[in-house]
Write a protein that binds this ligand. Structure first.
Ligand code: ATP
Ligand code: MG
Length: 324
């Protein structure tokens, strides 16, 4: 079956790492059709809009989207794009690859972060000169949906950790916790519960005690960034936003203005995002091959400057393709 992939480079090194990842995907000779759309600072300057309607529609209509990064306009681009693909879960792996300088080289985690509610969809109000408030939104339905996804995501027999703060936020995180644990129980999937503050300490000291972590929106945002610090290397971290009929894949890093335009950005975070895209579309074998090729190149070189090498984006991309 043919799949349509929307490709949105955006700004900065997005324009370097996205073409690299597309080259890797094209080298696999799968039935993928790539359609390109514009978004970001340059588009806003030219047209007044950071995310033109046609780009939004491209992402909404595609089977999956590969997105680079946007600069000043990031929020105006990525928030509507996540909405275009109707994503309810953000997948953030944090895996330390052999040979890469990491604070905790044994780290191998995946965060499944609720992506639609919590404090990010809540209403903020200024009630007086002195007082602002925020309403935190948690629904049973969104929590159950995340849990259903998590149960499918984990391998048979392997459970997941539910990270929350239901001892304090009894109604909101209590609802989240109850829904997630109930769904897991119904699927016969093991769960353990960890309070989010305790999790922050435990994951730093001993990340091996965790595998898959299911958490509300803000906790997932903060804790997955914390885990990113354990594995080292923004240039290696991929992410996915998954919806029912669509999904968007993007590196965790931004536009890296300090190195943009030089052709030296590490393409691996985006290539690993493309591997997640392949897995999502059912090409799990090809996905594994791409990840293995990245691991081999990490071990044997060449490497970009962020990993202590002196190779450019093209040389690393070509080395990955050669491995494939
Ligand atoms: P933005 O506002 O777009 O997020 P930023 O200044 O926060 O930009 P990031 O893209 O988040 O920059 O990157 C932070 C640092 O990590 C920068 O020094 C950047 O050069 C480096 N970096 C990020 N991604 C890569 C990459 N793919 N290859 C090499 N270095 C990278
Ligand atoms: Mg940044």
């Amino acid at each position: 079956m043919s799949h349509t992939i929307a490709v949105i480079e955006g700004d900065g090194i997005g324009q370097e790492v996205i073409p690299a990842a597309v080259d890797v995907l094209e080298s696999l000779d799968l039935d993928l059709e790539f359609v390109e759309g514009d978004a970001g600072d340059a588009v806003k300057e030219a047209t007044g809009e950071a995310l033109p309607q046609e780009t939004y529609d491209l992402a909404a209509d595609a089977d999956a989207t590969l997105f680079g990064a946007a600069g000043e306009t990031a929020a105006d681009v990525i928030l509507p794009l996540r909405d275009a693909v109707d994503s309810f879960v953000n997948i953030r792996p944090a895996k330390a690859y052999p040979g890469v300088d990491a604070v905790r080289p044994e780290t191998d985690l995946v965060f499944l972060r609720e992506n639609t509610e919590g404090v990010y969809s809540g209403h903020e109000d200024d009630l007086s000169e002195d007082l602002s408030t925020l309403t935190r939104v948690v629904t049973t339905s969104a929590s159950e949906k995340l849990a259903e996804f998590a149960c499918e995501y984990v391998d048979d027999g392997e459970g997941f950790s539910v990270v929350h703060k239901a001892n304090v936020m009894r109604k909101t995180d209590g609802r989240f916790r109850d829904a997630v644990v109930r769904v897991a129980d119904e699927h016969g999937v093991d769960t353990d519960e960890v309070l989010m503050d305790a999790f922050a300490t435990r994951v730093c000291l001993d990340p091996e005690q965790f595998d898959t972590i299911v958490c509300p929106n803000l906790a997932g945002d903060v804790l997955s960034d914390l885990a990113a610090g354990l594995v080292g290397g923004l240039g290696l971290l991929p992410s996915a936003n998954i919806g029912d009929d669509n999904a968007l894949f993007e590196p965790v890093h931004g536009t890296a203005p300090d190195i943009a335009g030089q052709g030296v950005a590490n393409p691996m975070a985006t290539v690993l995002s493309a591997a997640m895209l392949l897995n999502h579309l059912g090409y799990s074998e090809e996905s594994d091959r791409v990840e293995t090729a990245v691991e081999t190149v990490l071990a044997e070189g060449p490497r970009t400057a962020d990993l202590g090498g002196d190779a450019d984006t093209e040389a690393v991309t070509q080395a990955i393709i050669n491995e494939l």
